[in-house]
Design a protein around this ligand. Structure first.
Ligand code: ZN
Length: 228
Protein backbone atom coordinates (compact mmCIF):
# COMPACT_ATOMS: atom_id res chain seq x y z
CA UNK A 1 0.00 0.00 0.00
CA UNK A 2 1.37 3.38 -0.99
CA UNK A 3 2.22 5.70 1.87
CA UNK A 4 -0.02 8.71 2.38
CA UNK A 5 3.17 10.73 2.16
CA UNK A 6 4.26 9.18 -1.14
CA UNK A 7 3.65 12.48 -2.93
CA UNK A 8 6.27 14.09 -0.70
CA UNK A 9 8.79 11.33 -1.40
CA UNK A 10 8.11 11.82 -5.11
CA UNK A 11 8.63 15.56 -4.79
CA UNK A 12 11.85 14.92 -2.89
CA UNK A 13 13.23 12.79 -5.74
CA UNK A 14 12.24 15.46 -8.29
CA UNK A 15 13.93 18.16 -6.20
CA UNK A 16 17.13 16.13 -5.75
CA UNK A 17 17.31 15.43 -9.49
CA UNK A 18 16.74 19.09 -10.31
CA UNK A 19 19.43 20.30 -7.88
CA UNK A 20 21.95 17.74 -9.16
CA UNK A 21 21.16 18.71 -12.74
CA UNK A 22 21.67 22.42 -12.01
CA UNK A 23 24.79 21.88 -9.87
CA UNK A 24 26.48 18.56 -10.66
CA UNK A 25 28.19 17.10 -7.56
CA UNK A 26 26.09 19.27 -5.18
CA UNK A 27 25.15 16.51 -2.74
CA UNK A 28 28.54 14.78 -2.83
CA UNK A 29 30.24 18.04 -1.88
CA UNK A 30 27.65 18.85 0.80
CA UNK A 31 27.87 15.37 2.32
CA UNK A 32 31.61 15.84 2.82
CA UNK A 33 31.23 18.92 5.00
CA UNK A 34 29.08 21.89 6.02
CA UNK A 35 30.63 25.29 6.59
CA UNK A 36 27.76 27.74 7.11
CA UNK A 37 28.62 31.32 7.99
CA UNK A 38 25.19 31.96 9.49
CA UNK A 39 23.06 30.69 12.35
CA UNK A 40 19.36 31.49 11.96
CA UNK A 41 17.24 31.46 15.13
CA UNK A 42 13.66 31.82 14.00
CA UNK A 43 10.04 30.94 14.63
CA UNK A 44 8.69 27.47 13.79
CA UNK A 45 5.98 29.15 11.68
CA UNK A 46 5.74 27.31 8.35
CA UNK A 47 5.64 30.61 6.45
CA UNK A 48 9.15 31.62 7.47
CA UNK A 49 11.59 29.10 5.95
CA UNK A 50 15.15 30.16 6.78
CA UNK A 51 17.01 29.24 3.60
CA UNK A 52 14.48 30.56 1.10
CA UNK A 53 13.94 33.90 2.83
CA UNK A 54 17.59 34.86 2.46
CA UNK A 55 18.18 33.02 -0.81
CA UNK A 56 20.67 30.51 0.57
CA UNK A 57 21.14 26.88 -0.41
CA UNK A 58 21.31 23.88 1.96
CA UNK A 59 24.69 23.95 3.69
CA UNK A 60 24.82 27.73 3.94
CA UNK A 61 22.74 28.40 7.04
CA UNK A 62 22.55 26.52 10.36
CA UNK A 63 19.04 26.70 11.77
CA UNK A 64 17.25 26.61 15.11
CA UNK A 65 13.52 27.27 15.27
CA UNK A 66 10.94 27.27 18.05
CA UNK A 67 7.60 28.91 18.78
CA UNK A 68 8.09 32.71 18.83
CA UNK A 69 11.91 32.53 18.36
CA UNK A 70 12.70 32.55 22.04
CA UNK A 71 16.21 32.06 23.47
CA UNK A 72 16.11 31.08 27.15
CA UNK A 73 19.23 30.58 29.22
CA UNK A 74 17.95 27.28 30.61
CA UNK A 75 17.01 25.85 27.18
CA UNK A 76 19.73 23.27 26.50
CA UNK A 77 18.40 22.73 23.01
CA UNK A 78 18.88 26.33 21.86
CA UNK A 79 22.13 26.74 23.81
CA UNK A 80 23.57 23.56 22.28
CA UNK A 81 22.74 24.80 18.78
CA UNK A 82 24.37 28.16 19.51
CA UNK A 83 27.43 26.49 21.08
CA UNK A 84 27.88 24.09 18.17
CA UNK A 85 27.42 26.89 15.64
CA UNK A 86 29.92 29.22 17.34
CA UNK A 87 32.54 26.80 18.68
CA UNK A 88 32.54 24.08 16.02
CA UNK A 89 31.17 25.60 12.82
CA UNK A 90 32.60 29.05 13.57
CA UNK A 91 29.61 30.94 12.16
CA UNK A 92 30.24 34.67 11.74
CA UNK A 93 26.67 35.88 12.13
CA UNK A 94 23.70 34.84 14.27
CA UNK A 95 20.34 36.25 13.20
CA UNK A 96 17.40 36.15 15.60
CA UNK A 97 14.46 36.44 13.21
CA UNK A 98 10.95 37.17 14.41
CA UNK A 99 8.02 37.81 12.11
CA UNK A 100 5.03 40.11 12.10
CA UNK A 101 1.76 38.35 12.83
CA UNK A 102 3.51 35.68 14.93
CA UNK A 103 0.83 33.43 16.47
CA UNK A 104 2.83 32.97 19.67
CA UNK A 105 3.37 36.69 20.18
CA UNK A 106 -0.26 37.51 19.36
CA UNK A 107 -1.51 34.87 21.81
CA UNK A 108 0.47 36.61 24.54
CA UNK A 109 -0.64 40.09 23.54
CA UNK A 110 -4.32 39.17 23.38
CA UNK A 111 -4.15 36.82 26.39
CA UNK A 112 -5.31 33.75 24.48
CA UNK A 113 -4.74 30.35 26.03
CA UNK A 114 -2.95 27.89 23.75
CA UNK A 115 -2.34 24.94 26.09
CA UNK A 116 1.02 23.51 27.07
CA UNK A 117 2.73 26.14 24.90
CA UNK A 118 1.47 28.83 27.32
CA UNK A 119 4.38 27.85 29.55
CA UNK A 120 6.86 28.43 26.73
CA UNK A 121 5.17 31.69 25.74
CA UNK A 122 5.51 32.86 29.33
CA UNK A 123 8.92 34.14 28.21
CA UNK A 124 7.21 36.43 25.69
CA UNK A 125 4.74 37.43 28.40
CA UNK A 126 7.73 38.58 30.46
CA UNK A 127 8.87 40.73 27.51
CA UNK A 128 5.38 42.21 27.24
CA UNK A 129 5.27 43.04 30.95
CA UNK A 130 8.75 44.54 30.93
CA UNK A 131 7.90 46.89 28.06
CA UNK A 132 4.20 47.46 28.67
CA UNK A 133 4.83 51.22 28.95
CA UNK A 134 5.94 51.20 25.33
CA UNK A 135 2.99 49.11 24.14
CA UNK A 136 -0.22 50.10 25.84
CA UNK A 137 -0.69 53.53 24.21
CA UNK A 138 -0.46 52.06 20.70
CA UNK A 139 -3.31 50.91 18.47
CA UNK A 140 -3.82 47.18 18.13
CA UNK A 141 -1.79 46.71 14.94
CA UNK A 142 1.08 48.77 16.31
CA UNK A 143 1.06 46.77 19.54
CA UNK A 144 1.29 43.53 17.59
CA UNK A 145 4.16 44.72 15.39
CA UNK A 146 6.02 46.33 18.29
CA UNK A 147 5.84 43.27 20.53
CA UNK A 148 7.15 41.10 17.66
CA UNK A 149 10.11 43.49 17.26
CA UNK A 150 10.80 44.03 20.97
CA UNK A 151 10.70 40.27 21.53
CA UNK A 152 13.45 39.89 18.92
CA UNK A 153 15.55 42.59 20.61
CA UNK A 154 15.20 40.83 23.96
CA UNK A 155 16.24 37.50 22.44
CA UNK A 156 19.26 39.11 20.76
CA UNK A 157 20.25 40.30 24.24
CA UNK A 158 19.80 36.76 25.57
CA UNK A 159 22.04 35.29 22.86
CA UNK A 160 24.67 37.97 23.48
CA UNK A 161 24.64 37.31 27.22
CA UNK A 162 24.96 33.53 26.87
CA UNK A 163 28.26 32.12 28.05
CA UNK A 164 28.85 30.84 24.51
CA UNK A 165 28.97 34.36 23.04
CA UNK A 166 30.68 35.87 26.07
CA UNK A 167 33.46 33.23 25.85
CA UNK A 168 33.75 33.59 22.06
CA UNK A 169 34.16 37.37 22.34
CA UNK A 170 36.62 37.00 25.25
CA UNK A 171 38.94 34.93 23.04
CA UNK A 172 38.58 37.42 20.17
CA UNK A 173 36.34 35.37 17.87
CA UNK A 174 34.55 37.47 15.26
CA UNK A 175 30.86 36.70 15.57
CA UNK A 176 27.94 39.14 15.55
CA UNK A 177 24.35 38.80 16.72
CA UNK A 178 21.63 40.55 14.72
CA UNK A 179 17.87 41.10 15.14
CA UNK A 180 15.49 40.96 12.19
CA UNK A 181 11.74 40.90 11.72
CA UNK A 182 10.20 39.25 8.68
CA UNK A 183 7.07 40.50 6.92
CA UNK A 184 4.69 37.75 5.86
CA UNK A 185 2.86 40.17 3.57
CA UNK A 186 5.80 41.21 1.39
CA UNK A 187 8.57 38.73 2.22
CA UNK A 188 10.88 41.53 3.32
CA UNK A 189 13.23 41.31 6.28
CA UNK A 190 13.61 44.42 8.46
CA UNK A 191 16.91 44.93 10.30
CA UNK A 192 16.04 46.11 13.83
CA UNK A 193 19.41 47.81 14.34
CA UNK A 194 20.45 45.74 17.31
CA UNK A 195 23.69 44.18 16.03
CA UNK A 196 26.12 43.20 18.83
CA UNK A 197 29.72 42.25 18.05
CA UNK A 198 31.46 42.34 21.43
CA UNK A 199 30.68 42.24 25.17
CA UNK A 200 31.28 45.93 25.75
CA UNK A 201 28.58 47.16 23.37
CA UNK A 202 25.78 44.81 24.43
CA UNK A 203 24.14 47.15 26.96
CA UNK A 204 24.35 50.30 24.81
CA UNK A 205 23.12 48.61 21.66
CA UNK A 206 20.23 47.06 23.58
CA UNK A 207 19.23 50.34 25.23
CA UNK A 208 19.43 52.31 21.98
CA UNK A 209 17.29 49.73 20.18
CA UNK A 210 14.61 49.76 22.90
CA UNK A 211 14.58 53.56 23.04
CA UNK A 212 13.21 53.62 19.49
CA UNK A 213 9.86 52.53 20.95
CA UNK A 214 8.62 55.57 22.88
CA UNK A 215 6.64 55.27 26.06
CA UNK A 216 3.23 56.84 26.38
CA UNK A 217 3.38 60.53 27.44
CA UNK A 218 3.69 60.69 31.21
CA UNK A 219 4.95 57.09 31.52
CA UNK A 220 8.20 56.84 33.40
CA UNK A 221 10.84 54.15 33.27
CA UNK A 222 10.36 51.20 35.58
CA UNK A 223 13.28 49.47 37.22
CA UNK A 224 12.85 46.48 34.92
CA UNK A 225 12.34 48.52 31.76
CA UNK A 226 15.97 48.44 30.69
CA UNK A 227 17.20 45.41 32.51
CA UNK A 228 20.40 44.72 30.60
ZN1 ZN B 1 5.78 32.91 14.83
Amino acid sequence: MASKLQHLIDKNREWAERVELETPGFFKKLAAQQSPKYLWIGCSDSRVPANQVIGLAPGEVFVHRNVANVVVHSDLNALSVIQFAVDVLKVEHIMVVGHYGCGGVLAVLHEKRVGLADNWLRHVQDVKMRHRGRLMHLCNQEQEDTLCEVNVIEQVGNVAQSNVLQDAWARGQAVSVHGWCYGLKDGHVKDLGVTMSNSEEVVDVFRNAIKRYPRAPGETATSTDLHL
